[in-house]
Design a protein around this ligand. Structure first.
Ligand SMILES: NC(=O)c1ccc[n+]([C@@H]2O[C@H](COP(=O)([O-])OP(=O)(O)OC[C@H]3O[C@@H](n4cnc5c(N)ncnc54)[C@H](OP(=O)(O)O)[C@@H]3O)[C@@H](O)[C@H]2O)c1
Length: 431
């Protein structure tokens, strides 16, 4: 077996380092499985002066990523530099040159997926991105290949480890969001600028990719209705717990009336649902399909080797295809489906109000809900000082009606603050 597939890497940080280590450690088995030796011949980084301690010769490093793409001794390009530019242009160039590409870049795939898939198709080569969603968890291939004969009804995921870690600690320690975030930053679990994670941007990008594959359409990252966890309080978590729920940041994609409904936000999930048991930085994706029924994929959504495992799996896959001058399974974005407006969502809601502790307030609040066609399933009052708290759980209601209710509540003289509004996904799994 003397065939060698030469790999050019764009980037060698957390994920890149994991890839190089796995390729080195598992080299013998990988050679047998692939039918060729996989050799890293070029690596582009920004800082050439940094010692990386990886099992590759010093000469492979360069600070010119375009040269890696164009190099004669690179057969497969692995993009793990992140960001939109220049990663997108480099991938397009590699594909134009007929070189298969493997990427872990969720942001890029969520923004430019259809253009990149079209470039790969035109060039007749593979573009693989298993690591872009939920790190080590195989979910792209199951949706693209294993479930190709089935009809996916819904995909629900815990797609961001940082937020799941924060919410887990808030739940288990009763701590505030601010305290847990500060601690997570000190421990290196959250970035100094945590916006991409806590604001739900990272999860929204992944949710867009999953929705596109699940429903044979093109969902852009910006199509996803997105809310982060910044406003989830210890009170919300306690209330959820008392009612038999946990709060998770979830991504949900489903098909309703030929529209794709796709959203990322914190929500109450029933404690008995498998996703409720996903703790710490773990990720999970729950898929409901017509014939297969319920499927659950669980594992590590980030980290050098977990993510590296998914990338190396893709490298082997595209290399096997390259050896056979074949192309692997491709995306089938053959249906243009409109995105369902969030106002048309129907679900249950939890609403927490700070109100003046006066007689008649509850009646006023209940009338406001009723006036907007939102019916109340449960209500109770806490505290009896100057300001009390009213906790309400609604029956299933239209999001647009709930939003109108909240606007009207804010105008009531005895409602001091609409402290929280969260969706209660009690029936989402039974619909
Ligand atoms: N980290 C995870 O657990 C994880 C999980 C799933 C997906 N991903 C995705 O994987 C990708 C890489 O993430 P990461 O955490 O490994 O990032 P990272 O640690 O910041 O590494 C980025 C690498 O790219 C290099 N680089 C960046 N811009 C460059 C440029 N213009 N020219 C040359 N080299 C450049 C950097 O060089 P220097 O080393 O010299 O700075 C570094 O080696 C991202 O798309 C990310 O979303 C990451």
């Amino acid at each position: 077996m003397d065939r060698v597939i030469r790999i050019g890497m764009l980037g060698c940080g957390t994920v890149g380092g994991g890839i190089v280590q796995i390729l080195h450690r598992e080299a013998d088995d990988i050679t047998v499985r692939t039918g060729a030796k996989l050799e890293v011949t070029r690596i582009a980084v920004r800082d050439l002066s940094r010692s990386r301690g990886l099992p590759v010769p010093d000469e492979v490093y360069t600070d010119d990523p375009a040269a890696v793409v164009a190099a004669d001794d690179v057969d497969v390009v692995v993009e793990v530099m992140g960001g939109i530019d220049p990663a997108g242009a480099l991938i397009r160039r590699a594909l134009e040159l007929g070189k298969p590409v493997v990427t872990a870049n969720k942001e890029l795939v969520a923004q430019q997926g259809p253009e990149l898939y079209a470039s790969a198709k035109a060039a007749g080569v593979d573009l693989a991105y298993e690591a872009a969603v939920a790190g080590a968890i195989p979910i792209i291939k199951p949706l693209k290949e294993s479930l190709a004969g089935d009809r996916v009804r819904r995909v629900v995921g815990i797609l961001n480890g940082t937020t799941n870690y924060i919410l887990t600690r808030m739940t288990e320690e009763g701590a505030s969001y601010e305290d847990v975030l500060a601690d997570a930053q000190a421990l290196g679990y959250a970035e100094a600028d945590p916006t991409a994670d806590v604001g739900g941007h990272d999860a929204a990008a992944k949710c867009a990719i999953l929705a596109s594959l699940a429903f044979d359409t093109s969902v852009h990252g910006d199509d996803v209705h997105r809310e982060g966890i910044e406003n989830v309080t210890a009170t919300d978590i306690r209330t959820a717990d008392r009612l038999g729920y946990v709060i998770k940041l979830i991504g949900i994609a489903s098909e309703v009336d030929d529209q794709v409904a796709v959203r990322v936000h914190p929500a109450f999930l029933p404690k008995e649902h498998p996703l409720a048991a996903v703790r710490d930085a773990f990720n999970a994706v729950y898929v409901e399909a017509e014939a297969a029924g319920e499927l659950m994929f669980y594992g590590r959504g980030a980290g050098a080797e977990p993510t590296g495992s998914a990338v190396v799996g893709d490298i082997i896959d595209v290399s096997r295809n390259l050896l056979q001058t074949a192309r692997g399974a491709h995306e089938s974005h053959h249906r243009a489906k409109p995105i369902r407006p969030i106002q048309d969502l129907t679900t249950q809601y939890y609403v927490l109000l700070d109100v003046a502790d006066r007689s008649g307030v509850l009646a006023e609040v209940a009338t406001t809900f009723g006036d907007h066609d939102v019916s109340i399933a449960q209500v109770w009052q806490e505290g009896s000082s100057e300001t009390a708290q009213l906790v309400l759980i609604t029956h299933r209601a239209r999001e647009g009606d709930l939003q109108a209710t909240v606007d009207a509540l804010k105008a009531l003289p005895h409602v001091r603050n609409v402290a929280s509004v969260l969706r209660v996904e009690a029936e989402v799994f039974a619909q």
